[in-house]
Structures are given as structure tokens and as C-alpha cells.
Design a protein around this ligand. Structure first.
Ligand code: WTA
Length: 653
């Protein structure tokens, strides 16, 4: 394992602790400071509070079954349907005319779905999927951008008990094909194209390429996003979304009661190897946890308009655009465009116009906004905001303060939420009305969790020292396994610190962190070969292997740097000295093979890459160079002379 020491950046001091304003505390969902202790004494039954946020068709018998640990089972014997919980019960409970989704399109269009309208749309599409032969347990792949048909398709799948696997719309045809194949998925929901920045982008061509490369046939439903502006043909096995839905307008489909432990969805995420991991989430535990954390951490109430800017193609969008808010009967806002189009005040204009109450975004978005300047948020009335949140990367104190002051008007608490695809929902964060905030630290960990910072030997390190962020107790929203690969699940998360002989299971998700004397955790970043950039999780190995396919490239090392994106360091073979041509080919190749999200910010050429005496490329050093940080000791290098050359290339790029 990699030593986390040395990647330490900052430790917030206790005296920076801030209390939320009393106006916030008065109306907050969770205000009892005794909750941390109550969860300790009641554990694991404390998690009934999460299950109680849902309506069950059949009550569960046991809260936690740990007989097969670490393959934990939650709320066993219970049956429920996620679509019923996100729709029917609100419609029946008097909220039918309440807005469920407010959608803001790229070009200023907007659409609102009330809970009743969303219910109708979901039922019609559920009926259409049934007609296409989708049954309980069949995995449906969804490859859509941020348009209402995406949550509609997810909820339609949930309604009929078909797990969905949403693939981020910006991923390439190759990646879509691998995911269809790995999930044994014979059904796909996609669209003709969508707008990226100002331009129409052909999504269907990617789909056709992906499907062609597969050995089996895939029934495909195509949403017409671009209308007449963009013609597309439908081949055999391809169906027009509107035609299908019109044919089933007004149909209601009874939600299928699912066992709490049955799969609600699969989410592919990058692992340390190039092969993606299909993280399995369940109907009972996941939904209860998404709802509970949305209520306790994001403080969501039915009357709120909540805006989580994450793409639904990633876990944050699943938990906090779709399932958490809708389970609670909240209005969730979806935005198709980018933060700086048509202008750099776009986010704040949307907050203002929709009177957004809770705003949840990634530190990269805040850093960009900070760079653009405070005059953009200042153009708008942001006084509707009550709570702000961040996710995806560590947030440093400076952007934290900027966010607090220029977006929150100094009045909104900020929750810095650490979690992962595998955790299903928030794990390390503050409860906004209870725990003081420390800019730069995520927080103490939610009630019911056992957050530990461990050294290589699995011992807890003292405050102030970096270690591995590990979780000593299971929780309802945790991943149950990796699709079709229990062994890899054990290997990736449970081998490092667990003691199977003693039946002691400790989860390790790949991050390093440091804890202060008050138990506040500052997350330092990944210690494995996974990088998180702008809320996207990428595997460095996967990108490197694509770069190595480019003619002329001898060696490649990819790192992610906070706020700067993906940096690729490359050395070229003798005789290939046209660096700019190689750079272009690298960028193109990455875009086609993986997608634009993995496109490097910079390709840095060097005559050699810094290596240890055993010949391993020193990625940590390359990360520090990319971030412009002080370099530590380079004496362990076989070729220390290369460092200066690389530093000056970075400065000049
Ligand atoms: C990183 C996104 C610091 C971390 C929810 C984790 C964070 C990875 C934070 C998971 C945070 C997430 N502070 N780092 N508040 N939140 N991360 O699976 O490295 O896309 O392991 O889930 O993002 O990324 P994933």
C-alpha cells in the first residue's frame, strides 16, 4: 500500500470552529445534539430511523444481518418499491401538485413536473419497458444527459423491479459497450443527441458503434432530445421514446414490491485496474440511507427547492438529485448546461430565479467561480439559500470562505461531505445544526459510523498524523458487492485492515486523511491509482494505457491535481520529436476511448519520468509538480536531475 504521509496539506485548527446561525438551527430537521450518542447506544437499531422514512409493503424482520459479513444484509424480510416511495405516496398524500422536478435546459428552456405528472410519465414508460420484455431483475442501461427522461427512466425501472445501470452520457462508445456487456444488459435507453456548450452533439452515433461491437442484440429506446434540428434513423430493435410513451399514456403499472436486499441499481465506477467495478446498491438499505442523509445532512424538507449540480450519471446525482430528494417529497432541480454559459453568472441566476434553498456542488465549481470573481454572484439575489454543501474533492479553507461569504452571504452553514460510490450516501460530514464547521475539514462522521484513521499496521494514528480513512462499522447504504464479483469486492475494500479470523471487518475505500483533536477529519485524497477530478472518478491506469497506444509514446504517467484536472506526463521514443502532434493525438485518443472528462488539461513532455531506484514512476512527486507545490525529498530518485526539467515544462505549459 502507498504511504499516505507526505501528501498532508493542511490541518484546520480547532479555534476556527464556527456555529451555524440560530435561525438555521431553529428550523433544522435534526437538532438534538444527543443524536451521536443515541446512535452509539442503539446501534444498529438506530438505523430504523432511516427505514422509517420509507413506506414498506412488508415490514422487515431484522435491522442488520451480519452472518455473512462483510456481505451485510439490512432490513431483511422487508419489501418495498423505490418508485412508490418517490412518487405514489406523495401523490396519494396530498402533494400531487407539488413540483417534483424543475428542469433548466441548456438554452434557457425549462420544464416542471409535478409529482402527479412525474408519476404519469414514469407509469407510461414502465408500461413501455414491460412491452419491450423488460422483467424483474433485468438490467436496463441508461445513457442520457441531464434531461427529465433520465430520472423518469430510472424510476420506471425501479417500478417494475428492473435494476438500472446509468452510464454517464459523456463516456465513449467503448466504455458504454464494456458496461452493457459487464452488466449482461439487453436494454438501453438513450437519445439522439444533446447540447454540449453551444453545439449539438451526436449521442446516437456513439450508441450505434457501441451496440455494433457487441455480440448480442440490445433493444434501444431513443429519446428525441434535439427535435427537427437533428435527424436520426431507427434501425431494427430501436424505438422512439415518445411513440412508446404515447401508446401507453394513462396506463398505470403496479409497483413491484422488492425484497429490501434486491438490487435497485448498478453503478460502474473506476477502480485501480482498468476494469470498471459494478457497485451494487439495494432497494431497502440504499434508499433509506439516501433519504436519511438528505434529510439529516442536506436538511431537505418537502417545501424546499434543492439543487445538486452533479450529473445523474454519477452516484451524487443518483442519491441527491433523484432518490434522496424525491423520497422526501422535495423539489429537485436539474440543470443541463455548464456554469459559464451563456455567462459566468449562470448558476446564481438559476438559484435566484428558482429561489433555491439548498445548493450542493463540487469544490472545482466553487474554485472556478472564485476565479471568475465575486461580481457574478453579487448580480443576483441569493437570499433564498439556507444551506450549502460540497462533495467530490477536498475543499481548502480559501474557497470555503469565498463560498460562505459570496454565495451564502455569511449566513448559510456549509456541509463538506465525504463519501463514495460505494458508500451510497454521506459518511464523514457535520450535521449542520449540531456540529460546528471547520473550513478545510469534512467533519466528525455521521452518527452510527465508526470512522478511523489507521496506519499501515491497522492501528489508529494520533491526531495530526496522516493515515488511511477506514470505517469500522457497516451502514445501510453500503455497497453489497461488485456485480458478479464477490471476490473482487473482498479484495478491494475488506482485505487491508480486517481480521476475518476474529470476524472483525473494516472497510477501506482508498482515501488518506488526518484527524484533529476534536475528531474532525480532513480528507487528503486517494492513495491508490484513482483520481477524482471535478466530481468525476477516473483510473490513472486506464488513461495511461490509452496514452501508450499512441505511436511515439514511450512512457506515460497520469496524475490528478486539485483544481487543475488531469495532467499527463509523457516521454517519447527516439525519432518522434513532433510533440504538438503527439499531444493532439493523445488528447483525441483519450476522448474517443474514454470521453472528454478524461482529456488532460496538460500533456507535459520530458526526456524521462522520475523513478525510484526500483524503477517505479514517482506519481506523488508528479502530483506536487502539477499542483505547483513544494517538493519534498527527491533523494530516493534514480534520476533526480529530471525534476527541474519537468518543473520548468509545467510552468511553461
Ligand atoms: C473523493 C463521490 C474530499 C474521495 C461522492 C473519494 C472527497 C472519491 C470528498 C469518491 C470530500 C468525495 N472531501 N474528498 N468531501 N467527497 N471525495 O465514488 O477521494 O465518485 O474516495 O463518489 O471522491 O468519488 P465517487
Amino acid at each position: 500500500m502507498v504511504d499516505p504521509n507526505g501528501s498532508g496539506r493542511r490541518t484546520p485548527s480547532a479555534d476556527r470552529s464556527r456555529r451555524p446561525p440560530s435561525s438555521f438551527v431553529e428550523d433544522a430537521n435534526v437538532t438534538d445534539p444527543g443524536i451521536h450518542e443515541a446512535f452509539e447506544t442503539e446501534w444498529p437499531d438506530c438505523w430504523e430511523r432511516a427505514a422509517d422514512l420509507l413506506e414498506w409493503d412488508e415490514p422487515y424482520g431484522t435491522v442488520l444481518d451480519d452472518a455473512d459479513a462483510p456481505f451485510y444484509r439490512w432490513f431483511t424480510g422487508g419489501r418495498l418499491n423505490a418508485s412508490h416511495n418517490c412518487l405514489d405516496r406523495h401523490v396519494d398524500g396530498g402533494a400531487k401538485n407539488h413540483a417534483a422536478i424543475r428542469w433548466e435546459g441548456k438554452h434557457g428552456e425549462s420544464r416542471t413536473y409535478t409529482y402527479r405528472e412525474l408519476y404519469t410519465a414514469v407509469n407510461a414508460f414502465a408500461a413501455a419497458l414491460g412491452e419491450l420484455g423488460v422483467g424483474e431483475g433485468d438490467v436496463v442501461t441508461i445513457y442520457l444527459p441531464t434531461i427529465p427522461e433520465l430520472p423518469i427512466a430510472m424510476l420506471a425501472c425501479a417500478r417494475i423491479g428492473a435494476p438500472h445501470s446509468v452510464v454517464y452520457a459523456g463516456l465513449s462508445a467503448d466504455r458504454l459497450a464494456t458496461r452493457l456487456e459487464a452488466a449482461d444488459s439487453d436494454h438501453l435507453v438513450t437519445c439522439d443527441g444533446y447540447y454540449r456548450r453551444g453545439d449539438a452533439f451526436n449521442q446516437k452515433r456513439k450508441v450505434d458503434n457501441a451496440v455494433l461491437s457487441l455480440s448480442r442484440s440490445v433493444e434501444t429506446v431513443v429519446v428525441d432530445r434535439l427535435g427537427g434540428a437533428f435527424e436520426h434513423d431507427l434501425a431494427d430493435g430501436q424505438y422512439d421514446y415518445d411513440t412508446l410513451v404515447d401508446a401507453h399514456a394513462g396506463t398505470t403499472v403496479e409497483p413491484v414490491p422488492r425484497d429490501a436486499e434486491e438490487m435497485l441499481f448498478l453503478m460502474y465506477t473506476s477502480g485501480t485496474t482498468g476494469e470498471p467495478k459494478g457497485v451494487v446498491h439495494t432497494t431497502g438499505g440504499y434508499l433509506a440511507y439516501a433519504a436519511w442523509t438528505a434529510r439529516a445532512v442536506l436538511d431537505l424538507k418537502p417545501e424546499d427547492t434543492h439543487w445538486c449540480t452533479a450529473d445523474i450519471g454519477w452516484i451524487t446525482g443518483h442519491s441527491y438529485v433523484v432518490y434522496g430528494p424525491l423520497a422526501l417529497g422535495t423539489t429537485t432541480l436539474m440543470y443541463e448546461g455548464s456554469p459559464d454559459y451563456p455567462d459566468r453568472d449562470r448558476l446564481w441566476e438559476i438559484v435566484d430565479r428558482n429561489a433555491v434553498d439548498v445548493f450542493y456542488t463540487a469544490p472545482t465549481v466553487i474554485q472556478a467561480a472564485m476565479k471568475w470573481g465575486e461580481e457574478y454572484p453579487a448580480r443576483h439575489d441569493l437570499s433564498s439559500l439556507r444551506l450549502l454543501g460540497t462533495v467530490g474533492e477536498p475543499i481548502s479553507p480559501r474557497p470555503w470562505e469565498w463560498y460562505h461569504e459570496h454565495v451564502g452571504g455569511g449566513e448559510c452553514p456549509i456541509v463538506d461531505t465525504w463519501w463514495q460510490t460505494e458508500t451510497g450516501g454521506h459518511v464523514v460530514t457535520t450535521l449542520p445544526a449540531i456540529d460546528g464547521m471547520k473550513p478545510g475539514a469534512a467533519g466528525p462522521g455521521l452518527p452510527g459510523h465508526d470512522v478511523r484513521i489507521l496506519d499501515d499496521a491497522g492501528e489508529e494514528v494520533e491526531p495530526g498524523r496522516a493515515g488511511y480513512l477506514a470505517l469500522g462499522r457497516p451502514w445501510p447504504g453500503m455497497a453489497r458487492t461488485l456485480y458478479g464479483n464477490d471476490e473482487r469486492f473482498l479484495e478491494e475494500y475488506w482485505r487491508e485492515f480486517s481480521d476475518p479470523e476474529d470476524d472483525e471487518w473494516i472497510y477501506f475505500g482508498g482515501d488518506a486523511a488526518v484527524v484533529d483533536a476534536d475528531g474532525y477529519v480532513t480528507v487528503l485524497g486517494r492513495v491508490d491509482d484513482v483520481i477524482s477530478v471535478g466530481g468525476h472518478r477516473l483510473s490513472t491506469m486506464e488513461i495511461e494505457s490509452v496514452i501508450l497506444e499512441v505511436a511515439g509514446v514511450a512512457e506515460a504517467a497520469v496524475v490528478g491535481a486539485e483544481a487543475t484536472g488531469v495532467y499527463a506526463y509523457v516521454s517519447v521514443e527516439r525519432g518522434h520529436d513532433d510533440e504538438s502532434a503527439i499531444e493532439e493525438r493523445i488528447k483525441e485518443r483519450i476522448e474517443t476511448a474514454i470521453g472528454p472528462i478524461a482529456r488532460p488539461e496538460a500533456v507535459i513532455f520530458a526526456s524521462d519520468l522520475p523513478k525510484t531506484r526500483s524503477g517505479k514512476i514517482m506519481r506523488r512527486l508528479l502530483e506536487d509538480v502539477a499542483a505547483g507545490e513544494e517538493l519534498g525529498d527527491t533523494s530516493a530518485l534514480r534520476n533526480p536531475e529530471i525534476v527541474g526539467e519537468i518543473q520548468s515544462s509545467v510552468r511553461n505549459c
